[in-house]
Design a protein around this ligand. Structure first.
Ligand code: NAP
Length: 318
């Protein structure tokens, strides 16, 4: 039987790393599990401009600083894929790529995964021009000085579209409605960028080419007019699905799968906390995730010592 941890943190994004830092400082026996690189989603971003104290910092550098900081205070960060979380009596069993780990508390910081568009050509051209990560793929030679299509109208689409203007000759920013969901500062930057062409009320209907993507059919859903534009890349940012399925016990979630919590990050399963992008909340910012991680770590310590006052879970968003 494996050792019993006080806390297992699943996911080493900013929230998970903050939780690891605070549990380590509280001298709880804890481990942070991450299947990829510490930093999670922020490794897929370019420059971070809205983390207090840094008016501009490379996302990977920030992630590395957070990981180093947590380690400095004794947090263990393990490369390990957590496949399932289940509570047996008072103990959690986390099935990982390296066997079953056990703990008194689990802090779920597992983030989310991109949503696919579902149009014709999307799947066959994945890795051949269709991408969900501009920072990972945008600088590839196949995209250099070529036109690209970005799909979506939220902060991600506009931010990543602006990032891609460094490499692309032209960007078609395709959004299904007449108004963007993204913040006004990004909308203003997009409008001011001569490489960006805004295509509203439109969807990417089909992606095609030969070995690699060469064109996209854009359909105006108000007029039904279709135009085919030349593009070597299609970057899709239409939201994501929270990675909440690894919890095997019944857990209160919203209709999109986001986990409901109370203000202490407790879920409907005592001892299971959820933080960051996997839980239902208004925004998905690094600052939110870090705050969630801090709260969960402090609450976890109280839970372990039997001093946490439990409050109702899941009032929902107003
Ligand atoms: P989002 O805000 O949910 O936006 C998704 C966009 O995709 C929406 O404009 C939506 O259109 C569109 N969409 C959804 N399904 C579609 C479909 N089937 N076909 C075509 N379009 C579709 O997602 P996000 O941009 O990834 O942002 C997620 C969260 O992260 C947000 O809270 C955002 O503020 C935050 N974020 C913040 C930053 C930052 O502050 N630096 C950067 C990135 C993300 P509708 O508008 O019509 O629904």
């Amino acid at each position: 039987m494996s050792d019993l941890f006080d806390v297992i943190v699943v996911g080493a994004g900013p929230g998970g790393l903050a939780a690891g830092l605070y549990t380590a400082r509280a001298k709880l026996k804890s481990v942070v599990l991450e299947k990829e690189l510490p930093g999670g989603q922020i490794n897929k971003t370019g420059v971070i401009e809205d983390y207090p104290g840094f008016s501009s910092i490379d996302a990977r550098e920030l992630a590395q600083k957070m990981a180093d900081h947590a380690k400095e205070f004794g947090a263990e960060i393990r490369t390990s894929d957590a496949k399932s979380v289940q509570k047996k009596g008072d103990v959690f069993e986390v099935e990982t790529s390296e066997g079953v780990l056990r703990s008194k508390v689990v802090i779920l910081a597992s983030g989310g995964s991109p949503i696919y568009l579902g149009c014709k050509g999307e799947m066959p051209y994945q890795t051949k021009g269709v991408s969900y990560c501009a920072i990972c793929d945008g600088a590839l030679p196949l995209f250099r000085n070529k036109p690209m299509v970005v799909v979506g109208g939220g902060d991600s689409a506009l931010e990543e579209g602006l990032f891609l203007t460094k490499f692309a000759s032209h960007i078609y920013l395709v959004h299904r409605r007449g108004e963007f969901r993204a913040s006004q500062i990004l909308v203003d930057r997009v409008k001011a960028n001569p490489k960006m062409e805004i295509v509203l009320d439109s969807v990417a209907e089909e992606i095609g080419g030969n070995d690699l993507v060469e064109w996209v059919k854009l359909k105006n859903i108000k007029t039904n007019q279709v135009r085919q534009v030349e593009a070597s890349g299609v970057f899709i940012y239409i939201g994501f699905t929270p990675n909440s399925d690894i919890v095997k016990d019944p857990l209160k979630k919203d209709e999109k799968g986001y986990i409901l919590t109370n203000q202490n990050m407790e879920t409907t399963i005592p001892g299971l906390f959820a933080i960051g992008d996997v839980r239902q909340q208004l925004t998905k910012q690094i600052t939110n995730a870090v705050g969630d991680g801090t709260t969960a770590a402090v609450a976890a310590e109280k839970y372990i010592h039997g001093t946490l006052q439990r409050s109702p879970v899941g009032a929902g968003l107003s």
